[in-house]
Design a protein around this ligand. Structure first.
Ligand SMILES: *Cc1c(COP(=O)(O)O)cnc(C)c1O
Length: 229
């Protein structure tokens, strides 16, 4: 498993570097989240041992045992739809929430983070593709949303996140990733916050090369990197 994992990691890194060259970007700007949601606790341990320390999980129920075992050995990213009743489990354990998409969720995060005396870094998830089946805030609602949550002193907006629809031809996803970058740049131009929003969490196994060309700073890779069991 570990040799295979190392080989897959090298291949992914090569593809990221090539995409960066095409786009005139520095590969150091692109970080990899190893999405372990498809694999066991033991396999998650091997991922960490391999030096992949940014771990992505999308359901607290599935992540809990892994976090109990390895929580102190990695940086944990909550990447899936977050139910408000799970916020108490996630805040304080995960370093980032990638799926902030509604005010009711922001309120819960703020409450929990305040009670812990910490600031919770969150990505605002935008539904750039407009697919009805996708979670995420409508992009047009972004500025009003930010105006509301900037009052929440225990939430820090680390970046924007999106998911593109699955395409057999990954090039088709480009407008979605470009769209997210443009919304980030507009948000910064509006200067609604007293800090820059830097990160773009975008790109999965099928489409990460396009996402990197369009400016991804975090790619979330499951099947192509960690594999499925
Ligand atoms: C599962 C998942 C991923 C990784 O999916 P792969 O296509 O296997 O790389 C990335 N982001 C989110 C939000 C996910 O739920």
């Amino acid at each position: 498993m570990t040799l295979e994992l190392q080989a897959r990691l090298n291949e992914v890194k090569g593809k990221i570097a090539a995409a960066c060259t095409r786009a005139g970007r520095d590969p150091q700007e692109v970080r990899i989240i190893a999405v372990t949601k498809y694999v066991s606790l033991a396999a998650t341990g091997q991922v960490l041992q391999q030096g992949l320390t940014d771990i992505g999980e999308n359901r607290w129920q599935d992540a809990a045992a892994k976090w109990e075992a390895f929580g102190d050995r990695g940086t944990w990213h909550f990447i899936g739809h977050l139910q408000t009743n799970k916020v108490k489990d996630v805040v304080g354990r995960f370093a980032y929430i990638h799926s902030l998409d509604r005010l009711s969720l922001a309120k819960e995060i703020e409450k929990k983070a305040a009670s812990l005396g910490m600031e919770m870094p969150c990505f605002i998830q935008l539904n750039v593709s407009g697919e009805e089946t996708k979670y995420g805030l409508e992009p047009e609602a972004l500025f009003d949303f930010v105006k509301e949550i900037r009052e929440y002193r225990h939430i820090r907006i680390a970046g924007l996140m999106t998911m593109a629809p699955y395409e057999t031809e990954p090039e088709q996803t480009r407008p979605v990733f470009r769209g997210l970058r443009e919304w980030r740049d507009r948000l910064n131009r509006e200067a609604l916050l007293d800090y820059e929003v830097g990160h773009l969490s975008m790109g999965m196994s099928n489409d990460f090369e396009v996402a990197v060309e369009e400016g991804a700073t975090w790619v979330r890779l499951g099947s192509i990197l960690v594999g499925k069991e």
